[in-house]
Design a protein. Structure first.
Ligand code: THG
Length: 266
């Protein structure tokens, strides 16, 4: 079934940033518990927003979250040194967020990942920037899978992030990423597809309806994970319903469970 990576522990969010600055452990613990109760399969932890404080903030967050975490963590940083430090600290096998084809990042992350047991998010980004076509996304995705396979990371531990881009700047950006996901899953049936969704609606009003509709289309194309806010009950209900309609929910058990719990309603 679809895997939800809870995005809320991110210092780019004002209240989280304040809680981290004040070392307010209760706020963070409460938020993590809420995400887990809402069905998060991973908790993303991103301490990047307080410039110059990422290392100490990440350490504090991990020490604060781990005693209450019932699910594994997604360690989210562009800095390989932060990821390496965080990897040493976690008890459960984590998801690393992320590697990309940007040369500096790729060259430092590959030796670090070699022989490690973990899940890895791989961004379809290289030194020329964001992908410009679905073939671009698929080409980069294939390179990432092949290179990670070579250092012993199995395909089913790889989560390709195709990098969703705003539809407001180019009306083709939705179809571009949908085609890429379909082609990527055809080439590598065992690979996972994940990513942030909300970029699709950037610059448009009423963003949540766009994000919800888009996740349904992306799931049909083969997306099986996303970095979202699990406390957004409407997108969670949409995901569970789409999982059922795509044949991922035997006997509609999870759907019915959600209805009985009051988290899925018309
Ligand atoms: N791919 C991968 N990792 C990622 C992203 C991605 N990590 C970070 C980000 N994108 C996903 N995480 C978040 C976390 C919080 C918010 C959005 C994405 C968020 N944004 C509010 C907004 O935009 O309105 C913020 C405001 C606030 O509360 O201050 O909450 O794409 N691999």
């Amino acid at each position: 079934m679809f895997e939800v990576i809870g995005e809320r522990i991110n210092t780019s969010r004002k209240l989280v940033q304040a809680a981290v600055a004040e070392r307010d452990a209760d706020y963070i613990i409460d938020d993590v518990k809420k995400q887990q109760d809402a069905g998060a399969n991973y908790i993303d932890v991103n301490a990047g927003a307080r410039i110059g404080h990422e290392e100490e903030d990440m350490k504090w967050l991990l020490n604060t979250i781990q005693p209450v975490a019932t699910v594994p963590l997604t360690l989210d940083s562009p800095d390989p040194a932060i990821l390496e430090m965080a990897f040493q600290m976690v008890e459960k096998i984590p998801m690393i967020n992320s590697i990309s084809l940007e040369k500096d990042r790729f060259d430092t992350m590959m030796p670090f990942l070699e022989g490690k047991e973990c899940k890895i998010i791989a961004l379809c980004m290289d030194d020329t920037g964001m992908p410009n076509s679905s073939d671009d996304i698929v080409g980069r995705g294939k390179t990432l899978v092949e290179e990670l396979n070579k250092i012993g990371i199995p395909t089913d531990c790889i989560y390709i992030d195709p990098l969703v881009q705003p539809i407001s700047t180019d009306s083709n950006k939705g179809q571009m990423v949908l085609d890429a996901v379909r082609d990527m899953k055809a080439a590598f049936p065992r690979v996972h597809i994940t990513g942030g969704l909300s970029n699709i609606s950037y610059g448009l009003p009423q963003r949540k309806i766009i994000n919800r509709t888009f996740v349904t289309l992306m799931m049909n194309a083969g997306m099986d994970s996303a970095i979202i806010d699990p406390l957004d009950s409407k997108i969670m209900a949409t995901i569970r319903t789409a999982d059922m309609l795509l044949g991922k929910d035997n006997f509609c058990m999870e759907y019915l469970k959600g209805v009985r719990a009051g988290v899925i309603e018309s």
